[in-house]
Design a protein around this ligand. Structure first.
Ligand code: NDP
Length: 336
């Protein structure tokens, strides 16, 4: 197998030299294990956190270890009855072309109704993140305004569409005219604004004439600074991610606005609640898979994938994800 190991902890944007490609022999599977060939590797923003030694909700990848990640794979060899050669499974094989995994952590995918890659996006962890965080913490009501950034990505696009399904008004924030157009014309968002445009604040104001009831936080940074001003009384802010910060190496310049922020929280009676999707997975995953599959089938939950071909291009694709060069769920196709 070829694998990508962490060679050094990146400072800022990850560099090629922070990683090493290694060619190693696959271990023989023990009883209960399955040998897999990776078809798709999922690239997700949380991986930047795993490259860092900073304290987080999960342990970092150790130097010299294979980078982690969710994968869709084909079973090459099985030691258990539940999986047979040729089955397509969802697993956590990491950044490598082949893996040996415990069968109990794999889920067999039905590839007749939807493409297997959807198990990494709209019908996988990102889709579930949108569903659980929006409905449990955001609790959008009919007629309310829901705003989400990174809205063309797998989490944000599902947040906006599920908000619509629940009868709310969905406003997306994305980088650049193509993504903005996609949100309103293809996904049915009520409005979309470009956070890279000079007049972003004015665009946001025009798109949220009744203020904002739910802000699903994916990015932080300047987007948050503009959104917080438009929150309504009793607004809810599920804090899902802060991708604008992930490559930062120091605090931004300027005055400390914490006091101002806390004043807004106070006078608007806001609820700001962070979450990691695993908190809800045990209880809500079956309902999510059931409901979201129905929405995908009836066209109310659309998705887009950004597929990079070839294992050699994993690092470029990952850097692109943090910089917004992906348009849709970032995947690397490693084998057919
Ligand atoms: P995306 O595919 O949406 O990729 C991230 C996007 O963030 C980029 O495409 C870019 O889009 C946008 N972005 C990057 N920098 C900035 C910036 N400075 N300001 C505004 N937008 C920026 O990723 P996902 O849908 O997979 O993830 C979205 C968020 O959800 C991430 O923060 C991730 O960490 C979080 N997450 C959290 C989970 C949890 O359990 N809490 C689970 C899964 C994801 P654009 O071109 O539009 O700027």
């Amino acid at each position: 197998t070829t694998r990508i190991v962490l060679a050094e902890r990146p400072h800022g944007e990850p560099k090629d030299s922070d990683f090493r490609f290694e060619e190693v022999a696959l271990p023989e599977p023990s009883s209960g294990e399955v040998v897999l060939q990776t078809l798709y590797l999922s690239l997700d923003p949380y991986m930047r956190g795993r490259m860092s030694a900073a304290k987080s909700y999960a342990a970092p990848v150790e130097i010299g270890d294979t980078m982690v990640g969710a994968t869709v794979s084909r079973v090459l060899q099985s030691t258990v009855d539940d999986f047979a050669e040729g089955d397509i499974v969802l697993g956590y094989g990491g950044w490598q072309t082949h893996s040996v995994e415990k069968a109990k952590y794999l889920r067999k995918l039905d590839t007749d109704t939807v493409p297997a890659s959807t198990a990494l996006g709209v019908l996988g962890m990102p889709g579930f993140t949108a569903y659980s965080g929006l409905l449990t913490i955001g609790n959008p009501q009919p007629g309310e305004t829901v705003v989400v950034a990174a809205a063309a990505g797998p989490v944000g696009s599902a947040v906006g569409q599920i908000a619509k399904i629940k009868g709310a008004r969905a406003v997306g924030i994305a980088g650049g005219p193509d993504k903005v157009k996609y949100l309103t014309e293809e996904l049915g968002f009520d409005a979309a604004v470009d956070h890279r445009a000079d007049d972003f604040a004015e665009q946001l104001k025009a798109a949220t004439p009744d203020g904002i009831d739910v802000y699903f936080e994916n990015v932080g940074g300047n987007v948050f600074d503009q959104v917080i001003r438009r929150m309504n009384l009793y607004g809810r802010i599920p804090v899902c991610g802060l991708v604008a910060n992930y490559n930062l190496t120091s605090l931004p310049d300027g005055p400390d606005r914490t006091g101002q922020l806390m004043n807004t929280v106070l006078i608007k009676s806001l609820t700001i609640r962070g979450f990691i999707q695993t908190e809800f997975a045990g209880e809500q995953m079956p309902a999510f898979l059931d409901e979201a599959s129905g929405w995908v089938a009836d066209g109310s939950l659309k998705y887009r994938e950004d597929v990079t071909e070839g294992f050699d291009n994993v690092l470029d694709a990952f850097r692109g994800l943090l910089a917004g060069r992906n348009f849709g769920k970032a995947l690397v196709k490693i084998a057919d």
